[in-house]
Design a protein around this ligand. Structure first.
Ligand code: NOJ
Length: 757
């Protein structure tokens, strides 16, 4: 009886197992069969010739400066030899190319038109580094939605953004396009951009496919020189550089772009480890990957391929789907397949990736756009750009509460960026128009409450002429306060625009020095694509506002801050160095075996002559620049003050898998309504790999009326404390942790501890 029972039990278990298995099989089959997009892909692919398949991998285009469309391109589209275009901004050209593709090409596959819509299309938002300073992902999402509406109604359904390269080097010009140095902040911004660009539904005509770029390591370019070598060890790669890209996959980014650089000796555009093992196999990305401009054939220069054919072979075998501008796939893929160096079956996978995104975008149903439908510079778009510019602005210094100014002040508006509508738009603004841009000068002039004298002093940021100094000084002398709009022209940051010195260029420091001699207080407003080293002038100015390149609505945003209509609330998304020699500099560094002991530190000029070799103590610092940045990551002042109190943790001995809650009561103790970004940092005290001294874990931006309090609650799981360890897996290791609820990355006033069991 017992045996019978056992047998029947086993039989039951076995049959349940079988039925589950077959159900599983059934479901997975059903899933595949019922996914209409996968069905369509198969049906399209089955009718495509090898030439057409290769055609889908080709992205052609022209530099934004070239106006005429080369004639041979139409014929190539007719033959099915092109899958995508970039920078086709003539609406008739775009329409005609699409018509040829969907009506005359063999498989009638629509083209996908791409463009660098990085921080706005026509309505330009602050540069991404500025947007990160807002610490407000909702605004970032709104801004990329606006960009998508403006660009998609102008025919662009694919943007080459967001750029998610972590950078710890402000010499690198492209830091302007990044969200700065922190992997968590960049991940939050990644999600916001992608959701904004792509909208709720990728097939909506106002959605744009996002492109997470540059995969990977581009921001780690040696010496901050663009395109340079990146050497990133595997742990750093996973714990820092890859994180935002993983988030991009989770947020549904339709496409990825490879980077120009080599990573540990293997150019990114042929790097199987990152393109296949990580992106596809580990993260399950099912969109497509485009190369950067000529980055496949540049592998010949890298010394990684002997010619373009070998470059194509290496990239295609790494499963890089689409080639931007160069033609090595077009020229060699067929032969590579004939030679058995790549199979048509593998090519099918690549073509499927591309068709999948075209289908998800609804391009087969709606290949065209109507130029008359373009929605540009809508009032709401401008308001959104202004709000983002406002929240991106960071108040770095405010001696004697000089800011905000009152309306009775007579103002001298000086400096090369006070009225430079093109420059304040920043890098990557092919479509932004200076005619629609409101400068700070214009904003002040439009308001008759203020008495203003304007004298630019220098006519552009690199201007070294002192001819305008006299008038500027005269204006300053007859005013109460000097508003000095300094910075970099747009062309000084962005791609290939790295700088070895990041001081204010041209004669700006000299002019500030002269103005300082007038004894009038100076508000320095910086518009630049990167932090600017201020050592030579910081003591000569009374207040500093970092406005980045603030975009179309930078003028009104800054005027409202300067005059106190709104309190500044931006926080630095990057550590601000005192001088270039401190770079790379970032808050989440390791402790080293000899961390700095501030009390024992001796500056170079204080060293006694003929001092004994080891008399200074041996810690990790510079004798001349010390060990502190000018301003830390997360730093930014307000016109108000905030009290942090009642900081608590849900458990001081949580277990792996638990959710941990940290609370703090934040009170606006000032006299005006203001916003505060409350930041939660942690440190894993001991690890099987050394851990950074601090890592941003969460942040929350709260708005508080004067005198009001709000409880800020952070929840996180122990998985959020994990790191990619020596065993090449993600681990959360039990042990001691510290937490800080902070105003910025160096604020340790509110410390908590817990031991993970
Ligand atoms: C090169 C840049 O690196 C990339 O970011 C950009 O999207 C492409 N050119 C296309 O303009």
């Amino acid at each position: 009886m017992k045996i019978y029972n056992r047998l029947s039990l086993l039989l039951i278990i076995f049959s349940v197992f079988l039925s589950c298995e077959s159900k599983n099989l059934d479901t997975s089959k059903k899933d595949i069969i019922e996914d209409p997009i996968e069905n369509k892909i198969d049906s399209i692919l089955s009718k495509m010739s090898l030439e057409e398949k290769i055609g889908q991998t080709a992205q052609r285009g022209k530099s934004s400066r070239v106006k005429e469309l080369p004639a041979d391109l139409k014929e190539a589209v007719r033959k099915g030899q092109i899958g995508s275009f970039l920078n086709i901004m003539n609406k008739n050209d775009a329409k005609e190319l699409q018509r040829i593709a969907v009506e005359e090409s063999p498989s009638k596959i629509p083209l996908i038109f791409a463009r660098d819509v990085i921080h706005g299309f026509k309505t330009i938002f602050p540069i991404p580094l500025g947007q990160a300073a807002s610490f407000n992902p909702l605004l970032v999402k709104e801004g990329s939605r606006v960009a998508a509406i403006e660009a998609s109604t102008s025919g662009i359904r694919w943007t080459f953004a967001p750029m998610l390269d972590i950078s710890r080097d402000p010499r690198w010009g492209r830091i302007a396009e990044s969200a700065g140095e922190d992997p968590y902040l960049t991940s939050v911004m990644a999600e916001a951009y992608i959701k904004g660009f792509q909208g709720e539904d990728l097939s909506s005509p106002t959605s744009m496919a996002a492109c997470a770029k540059h995969f990977i390591g581009y921001g780690a370019a040696e010496g901050g020189r663009d395109y340079n070598t990146a050497n990133i060890n595997e742990n750093l790669l996973h714990n820092t550089y890859l994180k935002p890209f993983k988030k991009a996959v989770e947020a549904g980014s339709a496409t990825f772009m490879t980077s120009f650089n080599e990573l540990n000796g293997v150019p990114a555009s042929a790097n199987k480890y990152i393109l296949k093992d990580i992106l596809r196999d580990e993260w399950g990305f099912d969109g497509f990957v485009v190369s950067d401009w000529n980055s496949i054939i540049e592998m010949v220069n890298h010394g990684f391929a002997k010619d373009e054919k070998e470059a194509a072979e290496k990239s295609i075998n790494a499963m890089l789907d689409m080639e931007m501008t160069s033609t090595s796939y077009h020229d060699h893929l067929k032969q590579l397949i004939n030679e058995g160096k790549f199979s048509e079956k593998q090519l099918d996978t690549i073509v499927k990736n591309i068709l999948r995104i075209k289908l998800r975008l609804g391009l087969f149903e709606n290949p065209y756009f109507d130029p008359n439908d373009a929605i540009l510079y809508d009032k709401k778009h401008l308001a959104s750009a202004q709000e983002t510019a406002t929240e991106s602005t960071v108040l770095l210094k405010n001696k004697n509460n000089l800011l905000p100014l009152n309306s009775k002040n007579k103002l001298a508006i000086i400096g090369p960026l006070a009225n430079a509508p093109h420059e304040q738009l920043g890098t990557w603004t092919f479509d932004g128009e200076k005619e629609h841009t409101i400068t700070p000068l214009k904003s002040f002039q439009q308001d008759d409450q203020y008495t203003i004298q304007y004298s630019e002093g220098l006519s552009y940021s690199r201007d070294k002429s002192t001819d305008g100094f006299g008038n500027a000084i005269k204006a300053a002398k007859s005013s109460d306060v000097i508003l000095f709009f300094a910075g970099e022209e747009a062309i000084l940051s962005g791609e290939a625009h790295s700088r070895a010195s990041i001081n204010l260029p041209g004669g700006q420091e000299d002019l500030i020095t002269e103005l300082h001699k007038t004894g009038k207080p100076i508000v320095l407003i910086v518009m630049a694509g990167r932090p600017i080293t201020l050592g030579n002038i910081i003591d000569k100015v009374d207040a500093v506002l970092m406005a980045w390149h603030p975009g179309t609505m930078g003028g009104p945003a800054l005027k409202n801050i300067i005059t106190g209509k709104v309190s500044p609330s931006g926080k630095l998304p990057i550590t601000w160095p005192k001088e270039v020699g401190q770079i790379p500099i970032h808050y989440n560094h390791k402790n080293t075996g000899r961390p700095v002991i501030p009390e024992e530190f001796v500056y170079m000029d204080s060293i006694p002559i003929a001092a004994w070799q080891s008399s200074l103590g041996n810690t990790s610092h510079y004798l001349d620049a010390g060990f502190l940045p000018q301003y830390p990551f997360g730093y930014g002042l307000s016109y108000s003050n905030f009290r942090y109190a009642d900081v608590s943790i849900s458990s001081t001995s949580p277990k792996i898998g638990d959710t941990i809650t940290v609370k703090a009561m934040i009170t606006n103790t000032g006299k005006i309504k203001a916003k505060e970004t409350v930041q939660l940092y942690f440190r894993d005290m001991v690890g099987s790999l050394t851990r950074p001294v601090k890592e941003l874990l969460r942040f929350k931006k709260v708005t508080l009326e004067a005198g009001a309090s709000k409880e800020v609650i952070f929840n996180f799981s122990t998985d959020d404390l994990a790191f990619y360890g020596p065993d090449k897996i993600w681990v959360t290791e039990p042990g001691d942790f510290k937490l800080w609820v902070s105003k910025h990355s160096m604020d340790e006033a509110n410390e908590l501890e817990f031991t993970l069991e």
